[in-house]
Design a protein. Structure first.
Length: 278
């Protein structure tokens, strides 16, 4: 285990869970609550602990579990195995080990692609999908708008002891607390995992999963997102008219960081209405 992983501290109120998918050790944070559980799969460089502020703001009565995707946080970083099939298989391991019945799966960015793919592979296991600003690259040759160097340089800078002010240059609107989260947890992200995942953004087409998902689905996108643009949102709606589409005002791709109140309001409405109906 790296020095960064050894020194990482756990958010208050969360219990660390461990699971094993073959030779890959996996980690997650688990906040207690009622069923159905909300299982959150974060983005390409967002370990579970960086979502603790979202869990706190949601104030849900439900159990909430946030995953460290393989190659991030306290999960292992294998040499290979960063396709959607691999991530979805990890998600199934968690559902089985934690004995989750009809969990609500919430995925952001890379995580959004994972939860949709999971639902296609194993229909009927998820109760609902909350898909947040999924990368649409890989569809009709569209490139992913955020360059790989942005992620790699961020990891290296944080690992080398970047300051709060230097980190602020890449996210000027973020609070000190969110920037400190980033500084602490970016060094736990494997460069090879991030690079492999970024490259798969261009080889795996999200639309192939989205148009055939089975669970009741809700897609949340940022008004100013460069990842899901207005045109992209329209194409998604055409591919799956039965889903709900929620635009978060004033938000870019990092929606909870850009407009936390609107994001939590949207998610709470979905989760609480789902719990009430069940």
């Amino acid at each position: 285990m790296s020095d960064a992983k050894r020194s990482a501290s756990m958010p208050a109120g969360a219990v660390q869970r461990r699971a094993q998918n073959g030779k890959v050790g996996l980690s997650a944070l688990d906040w207690p609550g009622q069923a159905p559980a909300v299982l959150i799969v974060p983005g390409i460089t967002s370990p579970a602990a960086t979502w603790a502020f979202v869990v706190e703001a949601l104030k849900l009565p439900n159990r909430v579990i946030v995953l460290d995707s393989r190659g991030r946080g306290l999960s292992d970083a294998p040499e290979t195995g960063y396709a959607l099939d691999d991530y979805a298989a990890d998600l199934r391991v968690w559902c089985e080990q934690l004995q989750l019945e009809s969990p609500i799966l919430l995925g952001h960015s890379m995580g959004a692609r994972i939860v949709a793919h999971f639902d296609v592979l194993w229909p009927g296991l998820a109760g609902r999908l909350i898909v947040v600003d999924p990368p649409l690259s890989g569809h009709d040759g569209a490139p992913y708008p955020i360059p790989l160097n942005f992620y790699i340089e961020g990891i290296r800078s944080a690992s080398a002891g970047a300051t709060l002010e230097s980190m602020r240059k890449s996210a000027p609107s973020w609070s000190d607390a969110r920037l400190l989260d980033r500084l602490q947890w970016l060094p736990t992200c494997s460069e090879k995992a991030v690079e492999a995942s970024w490259r798969m953004f261009h080889q795996e087409d999200f639309f192939l999963s989205w148009k055939v998902v089975n669970a009741r689905s809700h897609l949340i996108f940022g008004e100013n997102s460069q990842v899901v643009t207005a045109q992209g949102a329209a194409e998604l709606q055409q591919a799956l008219p039965s889903a709900d589409y929620i635009r978060i005002p004033g938000a870019g791709h990092m929606i909870p960081w850009d407009n936390l109140p609107a994001f939590t309001e949207a998610v709470r409405h979905i989760v609480l209405s789902s719990t009430s109906n069940s």
